[in-house]
Design a protein around this ligand. Structure first.
Ligand SMILES: Nc1ncnc2c1ncn2[C@@H]1O[C@H](COP(=O)(O)OP(=O)(O)OP(=O)(O)O)[C@@H](O)[C@H]1O
Ligand SMILES: [Mg+2]
Length: 259
């Protein structure tokens, strides 16, 4: 069984601009699999469809075509089962901003059916692990910096020890020390709990450090995937950044448009 199995996934956004109907293909026939316990990084230019893909896998958005199985459960048929097994973090995390991290996390724990005591102990341990000062736990979220809010989002996603984490740019906006704290924590989860992780990132060092395999997304299509070494070799590049630019860049676009 795969942790994530995606076949021919497509998503189109339709809009009307100045009376003209327009179609935006955010995803065009994406297929890939992620093994249980594996960490897979999705890389791609802005607008290439990464967040759309994560939102579909998190049950927040319906695709227009294609098949998705999460830990053996088909979507959207078994979306409740899927929700119980995934933790999701994104840059646009929704919180009650007037409430403190503590209150937000206890609210989430209730939704998950965790006992307040258990939830509080786990949430506080994670926040401390991520370096959020304990004296800030009672402050309203709206008074916290973006990085602090991001750490609370991570703690919330991990409350239920989900077997699968779907992380959309989990370290964007974090300072270098906090970024490393989050990365080390993800490695620890993978090692100690066997957590499967799918993450998006624009940070090549992070992708290379965390991921067993990487996929390059460009204009809604998966244009290459493999280990960092395989991708570098495929692109004839010295480093991952160069491989990224070559495999997702203009050269490929010209090729795609050739008659
Ligand atoms: N709700 C929406 N309505 C209309 N178009 C959308 C919507 N969400 C995404 N899109 C479009 O789908 C495409 C892919 O967007 P997406 O957010 O998935 O990209 P991304 O790879 O996450 O980019 P970034 O690196 O900037 O986060 C873009 O062209 C975007 O404008
Ligand atoms: Mg995005």
């Amino acid at each position: 069984m795969w942790a994530i199995e995606v076949k021919n996934l497509s998503k189109v956004f339709r809009k009307t601009t100045f009376g003209r109907r327009q179609e935006e293909w955010a995803l065009k026939g994406v297929s890939f699999q992620v093994g249980v316990g594996e960490t897979y990084a999705l890389l791609g230019p802005n607008g290439s469809g990464k967040s759309t893909l994560i939102r579909i896998l998190s049950t927040l958005l319906l695709p227009d075509a294609g098949r998705v199985h999460i830990l053996g459960h088909p979507l959207p048929q078994e979306e409740r089962k899927v929700r119980e097994k995934i933790g999701r973090v994104s840059v646009d995390a929704a919180f009650y901003k007037k409430l403190s991290p503590q209150e937000n996390l206890l609210f989430a724990a209730q939704l998950y059916g965790l006992s307040p005591r258990e939830a509080e102990a786990r949430a506080m341990a994670i926040l401390e692990r991520l370096g959020l000062e304990t004296r800030r736990f009672g402050d309203p979220l709206e008074e916290m910096s973006r990085g602090m809010q991001q750490k609370v989002a991570i703690a919330r996603a991990l409350l239920i020890r989900p077997p699968l984490l779907l992380l959309d740019e989990p370290t964007t906006g974090l300072d270098p020390k906090s970024r490393r704290d989050v990365q080390a924590f993800l490695e620890e989860l993978r090692r100690e709990e066997g957590t499967t992780i799918l993450l998006t990132t624009h940070d090549m060092v992070e992708a290379e450090r965390l991921a067993h395999r990487l996929g390059f997304l460009a204009r809604g299509q998966l244009v290459a995937e493999g280990t960092a070494e395989e991708l570098k070799r495929l692109a004839g590049a010295l480093d991952l950044e160069e491989a990224f630019i070559r495999l997702t860049g203009e050269g490929l676009q010209e090729e795609a448009h050739a008659p």
